[in-house]
Design a protein around this ligand. Structure first.
Ligand code: AMP
Length: 471
């Protein structure tokens, strides 16, 4: 796995209502558990029943909040957000939670996903006289909510039919905390109950574990939930449109200790690795996983194939996205800043190298070169997902189609391009078998091009073009 120059997933959210507890500190810890979903900015909003206070900044959660900051954020309910940027938008203004003032008060909001009708919404809001300063789709949602009469839950229920796209959102006013999810449930969102009193909601269950919450259930597609101290009030704000949770969460994004739809992510990835071995067995001495996201699938591959699993690459956990780019000389060497191989294990061995996905092929190319330098006799790349052929419009800033290395190339061509002795992907059917659910139970647009939600009307058509493959 290499996040340094890769496509970016947008965000993780958490919210809690637990009067008498240190809700900001709980949010701070929960955001640490969601840090893998966004490392560019972090923020917390807290309400004491009369005032909403927001603090957000660029940086990791631990950089943005120190002890005095946490102590000053007092209240009964809080929400938090971590964000990945898209290229070039590394600005403070894009940090969340966003906050929108109105005559009714303030609404602070954290959003994971991507609206596909943002342009239409912006025009509608401006025509209706709203002042929409920033351009992000999250700001548009906040503007819609702030204009409503009645309760925040009422505003959410009025706004949701106007939103098209993927959204898992937490919103906080002076007196209410509401979580809501798009009618396809593309991005994850799970509800938890605190045994000592209070309720919370998070992008991933690992954040609920972090604060000692019992996982209750997922927020349902199209559902809006008011999260109170003593329970939840649910409304089906828009009819569910057939659940299409993003399958790439299961493959790569979610932490392996989370559950998605009641399924343990680690187990799913392990099963993908076993399935991969069934489909693409090769004679080798060792199975190596690319830490961390490739590891469960590599263990699965090893178990199914009987080839021993080895830790052959050590990952530097302190190199984040903000890490300074290598200079040209280092880049030419193809140095992977995050990985260091163990030549004593690799030397003279035929390796099966398992990674969870290939996007542009950069990581694979560098990894193969690194392992060859370390003395590997053969390198057989095995990828525990099908080829990524289509860009994502629902919250993952994937490469454009022309940049996706698998688009327009056979596995053999990708092997040649990356220098691997062989390369093979898990089949779509194999992926579904590993997940134990039918294909139509997921959004798999990045593999199939079959987009379950209308795309932006101004979607750049070039995203769908593939440059001719060099012979
Ligand atoms: P690439 O180097 O472009 O082929 O990217 C593939 C590598 O990045 C794999 O090792 C994945 O674990 C990781 N990866 C896949 N999707 C993403 C994403 N959306 N954001 C960051 N890293 C990713």
């Amino acid at each position: 796995m290499n996040r340094a120059d890769e496509p970016r997933e947008a965000c993780g959210v958490f919210a809690v209502n637990a009067p008498g507890r240190d809700v900001s500190r709980m949010t701070f810890f929960a955001l640490h558990a969601l840090q893998h979903r966004g490392q560019e900015s972090a923020g917390i909003a807290v309400s004491d029943g009369e005032r909403v206070t927001v603090q957000r900044d660029l940086g990791l959660v631990g950089d943005v909040f120190d002890e005095p900051a946490l102590r000053s954020l007092t209240g009964d309910a809080a929400l938090g957000h971590v964000r990945y940027s898209t290229t070039g938008s590394n600005h403070w203004e894009n940090a969340q939670p966003v906050a929108q003032m109105s005559e009714q008060g303030i609404v602070a909001l954290g959003h994971n996903g991507n609206l596909t009708n943002a342009d239409e919404l912006r025009h509608q809001l401006i025509e209706a006289g709203a002042e929409v300063r920033a351009s992000s789709d999250s700001v548009l949602i906040a503007a819609l909510l702030a204009r409503g009469e009645g309760s925040l839950l009422d505003s959410v229920c009025r706004a949701m039919p106007r939103l098209v796209g993927a959204y898992s959102v937490v919103a906080l006013s002076e007196t209410e905390l509401v979580a809501f999810r798009d009618p396809h449930g593309v991005r994850p969102l799970a509800l938890g109950r605190l045994p000592e009193g209070g309720w919370c909601v998070a992008s991933e269950t690992c954040a609920l574990d972090q604060v000692g919450a019992v996982v209750e259930r997922e927020v349902r597609p199209g559902e809006a939930v008011r999260i109170c101290a003593t329970g939840t009030e649910s409304r089906q704000a828009v009819p569910p449109a057939g659940a299409k949770p993003c399958v790439f969460e299961n493959i790569y994004f979610a932490r392996p200790d989370s559950q998605l739809n009641g399924q343990a992510v680690w187990e799913s990835r392990h099963a993908m690795g076993m399935q991969l071995a069934d489909e693409h067995l090769v004679a080798a001495d060792l199975v190596v996983g690319l830490p961390d996201s490739g590891t469960p699938a590599a263990i699965g591959y090893a178990r199914a194939s009987g080839i021993p699993y080895a830790e052959a690459v050590v990952r530097n956990r302190y190199v984040g996205r903000s890490f300074i780019q290598p200079d040209q000389a280092l880049r030419q060497q193809g140095v992977l800043l995050k990985f260091n191989p163990l030549p004593s294990i690799i030397g003279g061995r035929r390796l099966v190298v398992v990674d969870d996905s290939i996007v542009r092929g950069t990581t694979t190319r560098k990894t193969v070169a690194m392992l060859r330098d370390a003395g590997a006799a053969e390198i057989h790349m095995r990828v525990s997902s099908p080829p990524i052929l289509w860009p994502c419009f629902y919250g993952i800033d994937m490469a454009e189609r022309s940049e996706l290395v698998a688009a327009g190339r056979t596995p053999e061509q990708v092997a040649e391009l990356t220098g691997a002795d062989s390369l093979a992907y898990l089949s779509l059917a194999g992926l579904q078998r590993a997940l134990g659910r039918p294909g139509d139970a997921f959004c798999r647009a990045c593999f199939t091009g079959d987009y379950p939600i209308p795309l932006p009307s101004v979607a750049d058509k070039r995203r769908f073009e593939v440059q001719p493959t060099p012979a």
